[in-house]
Ligand binder design. Structure first.
Ligand SMILES: NC(=O)c1ccc[n+]([C@@H]2O[C@H](COP(=O)([O-])OP(=O)(O)OC[C@H]3O[C@@H](n4cnc5c(N)ncnc54)[C@H](O)[C@@H]3O)[C@@H](O)[C@H]2O)c1
Length: 325
């Protein structure tokens, strides 16, 4: 396919992977990279052979689609502005910090007939797409219990937006755990009850919780659990996912590159990524970026569209509401 969708990326930390993916994709023509830090924008533009700016609003005449990879409190206002100008928008997770803002962005995209996608990068990784197929097939029976571990350490500069609840939209569960709550809802369907507990111990720099446990009881009877932290000095999660089913145990390690299953017959490798797969700088983002661009080209609703993201954000807000009581 000839390069045809003119793209731009705003915010060049996480956004770097979007920029590399647009650069690599044959569906895209990466025109602009934008950051408040001009030196950063300039160096990325030089590397990728595109233009750069510090004010994203000045480039809209020259793009069809834009990735917003900015702090969470900017997602809704920036998206509304871009959508009003008829631009397709890919927003880094989460969609926005409140239900009202999410609905405003979703409605604006529908009214302006533009593609709105939330960058839930994990939903497009081959190993996790395969895991979803395996779970849906019922080959290993019914899922009883899924555990998900997300351990890490974040040390942003003092006063950063990561520390402010109003800018981050909550704590680690909303900011980072949202990936895994989203995956659990994708795997197991409608949640019936959600509860969570969090602590600031070890992450006192944050207003919201820096370590959280969320448990979801699904309508199917499956129980899901996400444990996540930005405060663990020595992160050593046993796996990304361990899913016990009525027939076995399915494990996805932290590198997302294999899926293993243990049944009464022994151990089986269900999926193994070739060592040469995806060694590009676009890393994992290439899969979501290709999906976004295809949805624009074919006028299709993305899998991780606004309403889908809102559904998993609601589960987190419900969990926070229980925790606050
Ligand atoms: N998918 C993932 O695994 C993952 C990982 C990290 C971050 N994220 C998401 O990416 C987004 C950004 O997070 P981050 O970690 O890169 O944040 P960050 O603060 O490290 O970087 C944000 C960048 O955006 C720039 N910026 C801020 N406001 C801007 C504006 N108005 N115009 C242009 N540039 C602006 C900043 O200068 C900075 O370079 C968030 O939504 C975050 O949740 C996703």
């Amino acid at each position: 396919m000839s390069k045809q969708i003119r793209t731009a990326v705003v915010g060049l930390n996480m956004g770097l992977s979007h920029a590399y993916a647009y650069y690599e994709s044959e569906q895209a023509d990466l025109r602009w990279v934008v950051d408040l830090d001009e030196a950063r924008a300039k160096s990325v533009a030089e590397e990728l052979g595109c233009k750069y700016a510090t004010d994203w609003t000045t480039i809209m005449h020259d793009v069809d689609a834009i990735s917003l990879c900015t702090p969470h409190h900017l997602h809704a206002p920036q998206a509304l502005q871009a959508i009003a100008q008829g631009k397709h928008v890919l927003i880094e997770k989460p969609l926005a910090n409140t239900e009202e803002e999410c609905l405003q962005v979703i409605q604006a995209a529908e009214e302006n007939n533009v593609t709105l996608m939330v960058a839930y990068v994990l939903r497009y990784l081959p190993a996790l797409v395969r895991l979803k197929e395996v779970l849906d097939s019922g080959r290993y029976g019914k899922p009883i219990n899924a555990n998900c571990w997300v351990e890490g350490r974040l040390q942003p500069s003092p006063g950063s937006w990561f520390s402010r609840r109003d800018q981050l939209g909550g704590g680690v569960l909303f900011s980072h755990g949202c990936h895994y709550v989203d995956l659990l809802l994708w795997f197991f369907g409608e949640p019936e009850r959600v509860v969570s507990l969090g602590t600031r111990l070890g992450t006192e720099w944050m207003e919201g919780e820096g370590t959280a446990h969320a448990t979801i009881l699904f309508e199917s009877g499956t129980l899901g659990h996400v444990g996540c932290s930005w405060g663990f000095r020595h992160a050593a999660p046993p796996a990304l996912f361990q899913i016990h089913t009525t027939e076995g145990l399915i494990t996805v390690p932290r590198d997302y590159r294999t899926i293993e299953v243990i049944t009464d017959k022994g151990k089986e490798i269900l999926y193994e990524e070739a060592p040469s797969a995806n060694t590009s700088k676009a890393r994992t983002a290439i899969y979501e970026i290709e999906h976004f661009l295809s949805c624009i080209a074919e006028d299709r609703l993305p899998q991780t569209n606004g309403r889908d993201a809102l559904r998993s954000h609601r589960a987190i807000w419900a969990a926070y509401a229980v925790a606050d009581n």
